[in-house]
Design a protein around this ligand. Sequence first.
Ligand code: ADP
Length: 629
Amino acid sequence: MVAEPARSGKPAPGRFVHRLTPVPAPAGETRLNLRGFFGVFRYSRRAIELVWSTSRALTVAIAALTVVAGALPAAVAYVGSLIVDAVVAAMRAPGGDATYVIQLVILEGVLVATIAAAQRGLSLCQSLLRAQLGQRVNVMILEKALTLELQHFEDSEFYDKLTRARREASSRPLSLVMRTFGLVQNGISLVSYGTLLIHFSPWAVAVLLLAGLPAFVAEAKFSGDAFRLFRWRSPETRMQMYLETVLAREDHAKEVKLYNLGSRLLQRYRDIFNRLYREDRALTIRRDVWGFGLGLIATVALYGAYAWIALSTVRGLITLGQMTMYLMLFRQGQAAVSASLSAVGGMYEDNLYLSTLYEYLETEVPPDTGVATRGPHPEDGIRFENVGFTYPGASEPALENVTLHLKPGSSLALVGENGSGKTTLIKLLTRLYRPTTGRILLDGLDLNAWDERALRERIGVIFQDFTRYQMLVGENVGAGDEAYFEDEQRWREAAQKGQASDFIETLPAGYHTQLGKWFREGRELSGGQWQKIALSRAFMRTRADILVLDEPTAAMDAQAEAEVFEHFRQLARERITILISHRFSTVRMADQIAVLDRGRVIEHGSHDELMAANGRYAHLFTLQARGYR
Ligand code: ADP
């Protein structure tokens, strides 16, 4: 087994870490050991299992064809020797009869045709499997993605695994299986050649196998190095991929052009390539020099054996037919050995892929322990009790000692500078993250005890970076309540409340207008229009009794924002509304206001109370109010 590359400090989420100095290989990894050697087969079993469970019929067919394609070449060589000997015998016999010779020739023709059929069959099965397997692996990847927590997606290394796993999902598992079967096929051939060759001399068999061995071992070792090299450099390849996205995608093009960033970013892209290329080149050169040198041994062995066989024939120890056969066995044996070599080289790369895939698929997801669908005190609403939270890998807490109580029917506004922890509070409330300290109660029950689905159904959230689905306008609204995703009546009602219906009706296909640039005739909306869509989405959640608006109205004017919030409050008689906004004209309408500063609640009360206290809130409010005058 190839050891995992040592990982130096985990990069902070979202940040790119230049890690150019290769991590030293763990002791014992520099020399080739047997486990390293067999590393090529590490994932073969799993790949075969995957193929087996995808299509048993095709797997059986491939296995059977592999055996046929592996065993028959030796038979062809054997029949070939019989033909030569029969020809010689017929020439010597007076009035020689050629019927036997013709029969043998026909037999050989049939055998060769069978081999061709088997090979054709193998590539047919391969094409059929490729489609099925690609789909299967992609579905596995996406199904896993559904079970992951938000923090996984925000972890750069994890994200890396996910993208790499998706990128080659359709080709790698199949390639590993085919190469494994290819090795088996060549192995069968070699064994069958050996069985025939052993009649000439057991030493010849030894020469055939041993001559190929050094090159085989070298190939395995260098492929192992390549494997490790690829794994270490994932931050660089990730940066390259990111640069590709920035340079070539429509959502970035605007800024890249206006700020003239293009050539600088492209230069970075080139630099990374050049660095990686230097490392690659060194490895490739070493690999090929060694490959050539050790390959020479095989050639020398082949011609040594050639001479030996020829001499034996001259001395009359073997027949002419046997000579033809042994030479053919040797040549084809060599070809089988070198085919195995290149299979091994490719298998390491496939293993690399499969290791990422399985690491991703086996990511541990904390079990969802909660089962409760209701709490003991529905009249109690939401309570934050001394809640603290630190992002994984962060040194400073994002929230500390937050205590708040929200009764049904009340509203809360969160105020604070960027980065003061407002969104984090919402992420905790929606259980996208779990508090590091303290607890959050809903209806008198710890959030952790709630069944995830039941909990999420209670809450409707519109984040500031809400998702702009490249789907129909109506579906963008319907996304707010999965059960009514395609319910046109509901779309219309929600859009009405979210003040989006006016502009939606002016769109060419109304609610059925396709949005987004990815699709032909896809329309783009303005920022404010998108926000209205997002708000309408929140209004879809008629069953949710907690509504959270995280600055979704920033692109609207102050008047529209205030109207929207008022609308929400009216609709929300028994609901809890939480609003994050920088506009105090809206904030003041909330029943309670909490001012956050670096993760702590520094002021808390109604607008009037906070104004009377004349603290931070009063200061900010006056400042903004002056701006409006
Ligand atoms: P606000 O919503 O008030 O602007 P946030 O709650 O988004 O602030 O962020 C609070 C703090 O947590 C900030 O210091 C921010 O850098 C940090 N933070 C936010 N999201 C993450 C994350 N996914 N990983 C690590 N730190 C984060």
